[in-house]
Design a protein around this ligand. Structure first.
Ligand code: AMP
Ligand code: GLY
Length: 425
């Protein structure tokens, strides 16, 4: 099988690593890839949303399957663009991708299908005054979400009512451009979050991937600014059989049923961002792709051929293909540039990768220069993943590897997984 993987981050490195191990694989291409993905396939300089260029590439190279790593091409209609063209796409149709592309749509979908989520209302510039009244009816903190994609920055959690009103007005006035022309205001939920990934074939078939937890803030103890993700752990001790049975019956099955009933084609990953509210799973958000950096941990715990599963999902039938999970613990710890998530330097040489053994340094923001030098090219640079018998055991390996990899100003959180260790048996 010839596969085109779209994206360039740590998630795509981990997907490429896993796909490259499949006996079904004839050739993997990654568009555009990064300084490390060429270990697993061939990087091609095409943007994931440049559908005409992708179509030419697919035709010229006989691609059988396109896998979208990130949401942008899916929300822009990748699936629909290629439907009926012969190439299979692992991902939802544009209508399905609205589960991530529009928070208002996602909330309406959950409400219509009885899926547990925070109480909410949506507002536009015309209903600003009603938005103020709704805020007054809620208890702090206030959760304001831009309806559309906002590069992970569209959610504000605000303690003061006055600040929340001010932010609502600013959002509706274009703080996130068109993405915040509609704003979802919802009740604040308190609990520990986790990420559940489901691969569905759109015909009732689905598999649940290993559950993970990510660490979003830049600072230890979950302090400071939000980032794209500083690390992840899988499995998540509290996501036990009882919790997952609730997730399955109250969230996964109603989601799949709701999609079918709405006539929405969905053949790919559904990412449930969940929060555990006193043992009850509630949906914080849907995403229509795998998580980053969760994927960099989750891939290490999949013992089956993921390419076979993704291709079967894209073909509309998972059949009886198995998705086996390793009982081991996987962690990933992100090495980031100095200054991230604010401004940071790029082009700094990265050394020491060849000294790493026992961990996988998945490249994220790296680039191979024309002279062969590997340099930093993003805020999140390398996600160091390890398997172990426990969180502590896996972490020790990642931190050892991190001590060997050098670039000026490197920073990692030292407390990844610490909150979960107490829950481990
Ligand atoms: P989202 O982009 O919807 O995932 O929101 C980003 C982050 O904001 C989530 O991962 C949560 O940590 C937090 N968040 C979003 N909605 C809520 C909520 N209703 N209650 C508490 N925290 C929330
Ligand atoms: N780690 C959260 C996300 O990928 O959206």
């Amino acid at each position: 099988m010839k596969v085109l993987l779209l994206g360039s981050g740590g998630r795509e490195s981990a997907l490429a690593w896993k796909i490259s191990q499949s006996p079904l694989l004839e050739q993997l291409y990654i568009a555009p890839g990064n300084g490390g993905t060429d270990t697993y396939g061939i990087n091609v300089a095409i943007a994931p949303t440049d559908f005409p260029a992708i179509a030419d590439f697919v035709k010229d190279n006989g691609i059988d399957l396109i896998v979208a790593g990130n949401e942008d091409p899916l929300v822009a209609g990748l699936y629909d663009y290629f439907e009926g063209s012969g190439v299979r796409v692992c991902g939802p149709s544009k209508a399905g991708a609205a589960l991530e592309g529009s928070k208002d749509f996602a909330k309406r979908f959950m409400e219509a299908n009885g899926i547990p989520t925070a109480r909410y209302r949506s507002f536009t510039a015309d209903t600003l005054e009603e938005g103020y009244s709704f805020l007054e009816s809620l208890k702090p903190p206030y959760v304001l979400k831009a309806d559309g994609l906002a590069a992970g920055k569209g959610v504000l959690i605000i303690d003061s009512l006055e600040e929340a009103k001010k932010s609502l007005a600013e959002m509706l006035d274009g703080m996130f451009g068109k993405s915040s022309a509609t704003v979802v205001i919802e009740e604040f939920l308190s609990g520990i979050e986790c990420s559940v990934f489901v691969l569905t074939d759109g015909n009732g078939g689905y598999r649940i991937l290993p559950v993970a937890k990510d660490y979003k803030r830049i600072g230890e103890g979950d302090t400071g600014l939000n980032t794209g993700g500083m690390g992840a752990v899988s499995p998540v001790p509290f996501a036990d059989e009882e919790f997952m049975e609730k997730v399955r019956s109250r969230i996964i099955l109603p989601t799949l049923r709701g999609l079918t009933e709405a006539g929405i084609t969905y053949r790919g990953f559904i990412f449930l961002g969940l929060i555990n509210v006193e043992g009850e799973p509630m949906v914080i958000e849907y995403n229509v792709r795998m998580g980053d950096p969760e994927t960099e941990a989750v891939m290490l715990r999949i013992d089956s051929d993921l390419l076979a599963l993704m291709d079967a999902a894209a073909s509309g039938s998972l059949g009886d293909l198995e998705l086996r999970q390793s009982p081991q613990t996987a962690v990933t710890v992100m090495m980031v540039s100095q200054g991230y998530p604010g401004s940071y330097p790029k082009g700094l040489p990265i050394t020491g990768l060849e000294k790493v053994s026992g961990s996988i340094p998945f490249h994220a923001g790296t680039k191979r220069q024309a002279d062969g030098l590997l340099v930093t090219s993003g805020g999140r640079v390398i996600s160091v993943s390890s398997l172990g018998s426990s969180i502590a055991d896996a972490l020790a390996k990642s931190y050892e590897a991190i001590s060997l990899i050098e670039f000026e100003g490197k920073y990692s959180r030292r407390d990844i997984g610490r909150d979960l260790m107490a829950l481990e048996h």
